[in-house]
Design a protein. Structure first.
Ligand code: BGC
Length: 721
């Protein structure tokens, strides 16, 4: 801490001298601008180039003689990653244990932007305490296929839900003077061949589905940095894509910050430099051989890249530095506080989705239950690390079993049996194939425990070794033959609750058909077990809603139905266009296993009295819809009211419905809440490929309010003039 302070003091003194010597530029103009200009004038070309590429796995060089620090980046999004040394091995520090935050799809399942802000704020606080200037988070590529290995890291299949969460996560992180790095820009929707594949899609799908959350993160959230994706868009790598970087990001969205390449995702010097990349990051230690190192220096000297372009990049980096490590009034930074644990707990508690509760086994009636068999590898497994990619050296993580034990104390006897082995070894890093160790010798103990207990709680699903960056899953099946365990345990104890843990859709069709009680949980952070136990015990009434569609069969999913995944000859055309996720299932009338927005509660809600403030609107106005939601059950709860819009008789293809607003409200038992939702008329626009503009089509629109995308109980019609 002391060292950090001295370093900052020294930086300030040196920089002050630089600014004064430059003639204290302007009193009226932007002070930061003046400081930046003064610094740029002092820098040699070599110093500037050194700022544009990695000099360590997560760092870039500053300019010591001028007191300019380098960028200190770190992953996100599960929390601030542990420090590593060259080669990615642990730096073996004792100061980098961090809070483990719930995974992206868990956060999305809360449908709660306030929690996204707290997630960002607390992670930013930890990043700041660790001296990081850029958090490589949030990550929110669209869940186009349920197989994508990073579905757990991302948010959802819906651009609107993604956008609302992204904006708040960015604001939260940056409130701590740490730059958010929104990633991965753009159309990085699968891991198979992510480094080489070229995505082709129509402009409308790009604008309506894949870009909105990036646009919102930049224009509303004000993100200071963005990470270009590994893949190509229309034949051009995202890290050198003029259209994405210079035209859309800087031209249309007025982005002022820096574009950082994904690690090892830069493929050229001149093209990348001219077309918008600012900083090249990578994993290999030969930093001088990077495209943006000696080769860039040579290219400038040879006149292939102008020094003006280099100066622009340096200016942007300094701009980010003045918002982060050299900003005024820096917050203190905090690690592993009780508040951070509370945020994790609240996210976890609100993310858990009750899928089925037909026998009302939940919440658990502890006055009549004397013994519980807790079964399954996922009851004792932790999720802060695993697979390839970013994890967290968690300061602590409460497993499901530990959570249940601590909440139940001695009042209920718990017997644990592993039931299945969750060991998974990928065959090769980038391929979908791998080997799950199926060990049926673990089943007899589980059956014995279930037989001798009042009830069984089975913890099955995926894990962080199975769902991983750099590979997609090969199918939706439960990886460790857990179905056999579910079948045998359910056969001996009908009071069996199945808790499925995962970050992406799985095929749980047989469980849905034959089991009466199903709960969905996630890689839910340090407080995982506590939140889960409190949901099972009814201290928390579940309010999570699925952020993506669960297909009955993988072939029902758009990219798979159209054989538009995983591409051929390193090309993939998104032939489903705008019909991603529920937009496809609804429009094509395909019944999903669980629809987008689905999730039950221990109570029931009744919707009524829907009305809009007007019947007819002009562009530029906002539609205000109001309805009543009554909690008709015995438990207080939180309900997410979802408002979808349908446009029939449109002159362009439309999805059956699209989410345009949602609101999560707390309602006490027996109470009625009045819920108001707003939709700016401009949000009804479609992207017109012919004119390359957003167009709000005049005519009638139907507004559909419901508790999920397929459970709509109130509606109204409005006209746009
Ligand atoms: C991932 C990024 C991550 C980077 C640094 C890459 O493999 O795609 O999301 O930030 O590594 O760890």
């Amino acid at each position: 801490m002391k060292l950090k302070f001295l370093r900052r003091l020294l930086c300030s003194i040196v920089l002050f001298a630089v600014v004064i010597s430059a003639g204290a530029q302007t009193k009226t103009g932007d002070k930061t601008e003046a400081k930046i200009n003064a610094i740029v004038k002092k820098l040699t070309l070599e110093e500037k180039i050194a700022m544009l590429h990695a000099n360590g796995i997560f760092s870039t060089a500053g300019v010591q003689r001028l007191g300019i620090p380098g960028l200190m980046t770190d992953d996100g999004p599960l929390g601030v990653r542990e420090d590593v040394k060259e080669g990615w091995g642990s730096a073996n520090l004792t100061t980098d244990s961090a809070t483990f935050f719930p995974n992206g799809s868990a956060l999305a399942a809360t449908w709660n932007p306030e929690l996204a802000y707290r997630f960002g704020h607390d992670m930013g606080e930890e990043a700041h305490a660790r001296g990081k200037t850029v958090m490589l988070a949030p990550a929110f590529n669209i869940a186009r296929t349920p197989l994508c290995g990073r579905t757990y890291e991302y948010y959802s299949e819906d651009p609107f839900l993604n956008s609302r969460l992204a904006v708040q996560a960015v604001k939260g992180i940056q409130s701590q003077h740490v730059a958010a790095c929104v990633k991965h820009y753009a159309v990085n929707n699968q891991e198979v061949e992510r480094g080489r594949i070229s995505v082709d899609l129509d402009e409308r799908a790009l604008r309506e589905i894949y870009l909105p959350a990036f646009k919102a993160g930049i224009t509303e959230g004000g993100a200071w940095t963005i990470m270009s994706a590994y893949n190509k868009l229309r034949g051009v790598y995202c890290s050198e894509n003029e259209y994405l970087l210079n035209q859309i990001l800087r031209g249309e969205w007025k982005f002022k910050g820096i574009v950082i390449s994904d690690w090892g995702g830069t493929h050229s010097t001149v093209n990348a430099a001219i077309h918008g990349l600012d900083v090249e990051m990578g994993s290999g230690p030969k930093y001088n051989s990077y495209f943006f190192a000696d080769k860039l220096l040579d290219s400038v000297k040879a006149g292939k890249v102008s020094e003006q372009i280099i100066d622009q990049k340096v200016r942007r980096i300094l701009w980010v530095i003045y918002h982060t490590s050299l900003s005024d009034n820096q917050p203190a930074g905090k690690m592993n506080t009780l508040e951070h644990s509370k945020t994790v707990y609240d996210i976890a508690a609100e993310s858990i989705v009750l899928l089925k509760n037909e026998k009302h086994l939940l919440p658990l009636n502890t006055s009549s239950i004397k013994s519980i068999a807790v079964i399954g590898d996922n009851a004792t497994r932790t999720f802060h690390l695993g697979g390839f990619g970013a994890g967290v050296k968690a300061r602590y993580e409460v497993t499901a079993l530990a959570g249940l034990k601590s909440r139940l104390g001695n009042s209920v006897a718990i017997t644990y049996a592993q039931g299945y082995s969750g060991v998974y070894r990928p065959e090769r890093r980038s391929g979908p194939k791998g080997v799950a160790k199926v060990d049926s010798t673990l089943i007899p103990n589980a059956v014995a425990a279930a037989k001798s207990s009042d009830m069984a709680i089975l913890f099955i699903g995926g894990n962080r070794d199975y769902e991983s960056e750099s590979r997609d899953r090969k199918d939706l099946s439960l990886p460790f033959d857990e179905q056999a365990l579910v079948d045998t345990v359910t056969a001996v104890n009908p009071n069996t609750i199945v808790v499925v843990v995962g970050g992406a859709p799985y095929d749980i069709g047989k469980i849905k058909k034959y089991n009466h009680t199903i709960v969905w949980s996630w890689y839910n952070g340090s407080e995982n077990g506590n939140a889960l136990a409190d949901v099972l015990l009814g201290k928390i009434n579940p309010s999570g809603k699925m952020p993506f569609t669960f297909p009955v069969d993988l072939k029902d999913s758009p990219a798979h139905a159209l054989s538009a995944y995983p591409g051929e000859n390193l090309h993939e055309t998104y032939t489903e266009g705008i019909l991603v996720g529920y937009r496809w299932f609804d429009t094509k009338k395909i019944e999903p296993m669980y629809c987008f927005g689905y999730g039950l509660s221990y109570t029931d809600y009744k919707y009524s009295g829907f009305f809009t403030n007007k019947k007819s609107y002009k562009n530029g106005e906002s539609i205000t819809a109001t309805l009543k939601v009554k909690n008709t059950g015995k438990y207080a709860g939180k309900e997410t009211v979802q408002l979808y819009v349908t446009k029939s008789g449109s002159k362009v293809e439309r999805a059956e419905k699209e989410l345009k607003a949602f609101k999560k409200v707390s309602i006490a038992a027996g109470e009625t809440a009045s819920v108001t939702l707003n939709i700016p008329v401009k949000d009804l626009a479609y992207w017109d490929d012919k004119t390359s503009k957003w167009v709000v089509e005049p005519g009638k629109y139907k507004l559909l309010a419901g508790t999920s995308s397929r459970d709509i109980s109130e509606s109204g019609t409005i006209t746009v003039e």
